[in-house]
Write a protein that binds this ligand. Structure first.
Ligand code: FES
Length: 233
């Protein structure tokens, strides 16, 4: 116990352990910090910035910033809420998200955050970018229209599955998932049992023949807001 230390999030006293990020310490304390690219079983990536908090007055991503003694962290402020809403909004307009037709609807973390933040319609114009769908794999299909380039699949395939089936190509809004293959997904070693095939926060990576196993209306975020599995209020 002597190695623990204390800091605050929105005035609440949090006990951290050595090596923990702010996000990890907050989760343990029952304080939800919104996130998209972060995943408990993967190394931090720090790319989506949805987890941005103010640390001693400066913005930091909670999933990469180590927690430390005496830190004063702000999480739920109007300014941070506004910034997160902007980020979520931009992800919606950059992609082509037709939620009502998506198998991930109700289990989608992007959609869950939009509901949590009360986003009813985007503030920015849709970009309607042309994006690819690859259904060549016998068990999995990839819909780039829904991809938010969080790199969960890239990290899972490389670090956990040991296959490096995915990578990225392009920059900025042209950045997209690429396959470690000459032509298409079927040429990769990706299997439906891989972590990479089941870790997508949105509906970009979908397993075939298991769609709608749980009816719409009974899915994870249909019944409880995203983050309520962490929050202790
Ligand atoms: Fe921290 Fe994406 S969850 S940057």
């Amino acid at each position: 116990m002597s190695e623990t230390y204390n800091f605050t999030i929105d005035g609440k006293e949090i006990t951290g352990r050595p090596g923990q990020t702010i996000l990890q310490a907050a989760d343990e304390a029952g304080v939800y910090i919104p996130r998209l690219c972060a995943h408990k079983e993967l190394c931090a990536h720090g790319s989506c910035r949805v987890c941005t908090v103010m640390v001693n007055g400066r913005p930091q991503s909670a999933c990469t910033q180590p927690a430390g003694a005496g830190m004063v962290v702000e999480n739920e402020t109007p300014k941070l809420l506004g910034m997160r809403k902007q980020l979520i909004d931009m992800l919606f307009v950059e992609g082509n998200h037709f939620c009502m037709f998506c198998e991930k609807s109700g289990n989608c973390e992007l959609q869950g955050l939009a509901y949590r933040f009360g986003i009813m319609a985007p503030q920015h114009p849709y970009m309607f970018q042309k994006k690819d769908v690859d259904a060549s794999h016998p068990d999995i299909y990839i819909d780039q229209n829904r991809c938010i380039v969080c790199a969960r699949c890239v990290r899972a395939s490389h670090d956990v599955d040991g296959k490096s089936a995915f990578g990225f190509v392009g920059r900025g809004i042209h950045k997209k998932i690429a396959f470690n293959a000459e032509h298409n997904l079927s040429e990769t070693k990706l299997a439906a049992t891989d972590m990479a095939a089941g870790i997508c926060p949105v509906g970009a990576i979908i397993k075939k023949r298991v769609g709608f196993a749980i009816p719409v209306g009974q899915r994870k975020y249909d019944t409880k807001p995203i983050g309520s599995d962490i929050e202790k209020r």
